[in-house]
Design a protein around this ligand. Structure first.
Ligand code: AMP
Ligand code: ZN
Length: 137
């Protein structure tokens, strides 16, 4: 399904011009218009999914294969020395466009791109609470 009110549906399907790096039947890969670093790209599915919570399994599998292909080509072209793959789900996690996308963020030595977080130590209580509730089928 596509959403007529969604800008990424329009970008992914070519209704709005983009700086396209790659396209296939399922995805378009474009340059982010507000890059965190030179070469910051987005993998966007052509069908509308709000985020990873409802992305179809076959696309979820394909997107990481495509990410691997893209970064292995782009890292040579860009001359970057690292890569972050980032994917935000819902507002508290920083999602601002509610159509699934994977960020490919090239990293360069001493680039000072801020993707860090403050860590705390896993307590016994936190560990036991989570492990006692988790049941995957
Ligand atoms: P997120 O915060 O994970 O939802 O990421 C949304 C990303 O989309 C941001 O990095 C924006 O810079 C980027 N973005 C928003 N509109 C456009 C657009 N028209 N073309 C390319 N990138 C866009
Ligand atoms: Zn959409």
């Amino acid at each position: 399904m596509r959403d007529s009110d969604c800008i990424f549906c329009k970008l992914a399907n070519g209704e709005i011009p983009t700086a396209t790096l790659y396209e296939d039947n399922d995805f378009r890969v474009i340059l982010d218009t507000n890059p965190a670093a030179k070469g910051h790209a987005l993998i966007i599915p052509k069908e509308h999914y709000r985020n990873l919570y409802d992305l179809e399994d076959d696309l979820a599998a394909k997107v990481l294969v495509l990410a691997k292909k893209m970064v292995n080509t782009l890292r040579v072209i860009l001359g970057c020395t690292g890569y972050n793959i980032v994917q935000n789900n819902e507002e508290p996690a920083g999602q601002t466009v509610f159509h699934f996308h994977l960020h490919l963020i090239p990293r360069y030595d001493n680039d000072h791109v801020g993707l860090g977080w403050h860590m705390h130590e896993l307590t016994d209580e936190e560990r036991d609470e989570i492990l006692s509730k988790v049941r995957f089928q």
